[in-house]
Ligand binder design. Structure first.
Ligand SMILES: Nc1ncnc2c1ncn2[C@@H]1O[C@H](COP(=O)(O)OP(=O)(O)OP(=O)(O)O)[C@@H](O)[C@H]1O
Ligand SMILES: [Mg+2]
Length: 251
């Protein structure tokens, strides 16, 4: 199969002790590219990304980052290897300020680098800069999500893995994320793997798309091709549950 220079996932199989939840998943992202993973609820999208970032052990397959094998490494080691992960569920410290949350995100940086990096990250999200000293628990859901993304950016990830970042975001912020923030990051060479329910919108600003059904990749096509295939439309236009697990969409 193709070898991806940023994030390369080959034949990945994982689960929670019972039968595998994801099986033989192959996908990848090159530097500066955005790949979207879509699919019905329960398809295994979060399981896939948890396995990639080391939160879940795989029982088969391989994960490589920048060519280096990181399969089943600890989450800390994978983060040090410059993989940023924004989980589906909010991952911020509600009793701390925006800046304090970013400081925590920069825990692996040299101390003298932290303040400067915070300013760089706040520069990406001007709305957050204006509320830098606000307690995060008092921010809106969308603003908190920006903090979660900003926190992960502190370590200058080479790969960014986002699990449904737009859940709970306003339409305006969702559009900003897809059309501005993520493309700008990708333009700096970061490879982005984006799990997203709003797949049509996400794919419009992406390079490649994967549709995961029942733990397996059923479609792996360029974003433009997926968008031009009306037969795939129902998969990601909200009618995802109607896709039969054994439907063959690969031809
Ligand atoms: N911690 C867990 N223990 C056992 N089973 C789990 C666990 N987390 C998820 N599962 C199961 O694994 C399957 C895939 O779940 P997963 O969360 O990966 O799906 P998803 O595609 O991310 O769904 P959604 O779109 O709703 O976020 C589901 O059947 C789910 O019930
Ligand atoms: Mg999920």
């Amino acid at each position: 199969m193709t070898s991806y220079d940023c994030l390369h996932v080959e034949d990945l199989t994982a689960g929670y002790g019972g039968p595998p939840v994801i099986q033989d998943v192959c996908l990848g992202v090159d530097k500066g590219q955005i790949a979207v993973v879509a699919g019905p609820n329960g398809a295994g999208k979060s399981t896939l990304v948890k396995t990639i970032v080391g939160h879940l052990r795989c029982t088969g397959g391989q994960v490589r980052v920048g060519g280096e094998d990181v399969t089943n490494h600890s989450p800390e080691r994978i983060a040090r290897g410059r993989v940023g992960y924004v989980p589906q569920n909010q991952d911020v410290f509600g009793t701390m300020s925006v800046v304090e949350n970013l400081e925590i995100g920069g825990y692996l940086l040299k101390k003298r680098e932290v303040a400067g990096r915070i300013e760089e990250v706040l520069g990406l999200f001007p709305a957050l800069a204006a509320m830098r000293h606000r307690t995060v628990g008092r921010l809106s859901g969308g603003e908190r999500k920006m903090v979660a993304i900003g926190r992960v950016l502190m370590l200058r990830p080479a790969v960014l893995v986002l699990d449904e970042p737009t859940a709970g975001l306003s339409v305006a912020l969702t559009v900003d994320l897809f059309e501005k923030y993520l493309p700008e990051l990708a333009a700096t060479g970061v490879g982005i793997l984006l799990v997203e329910q709003k797949a049509t919108e996400a794919l419009r600003n992406a390079d490649w798309g994967y549709i995961l059904v029942s733990g397996q990749v059923h479609v792996s096509e360029s974003a433009a091709t997926i968008l031009s295939r009306p037969d795939l439309g129902e998969v990601f236009l909200g009618g995802s549950a109607s896709l039969s697990a054994d439907a063959d969409l690969t031809n």
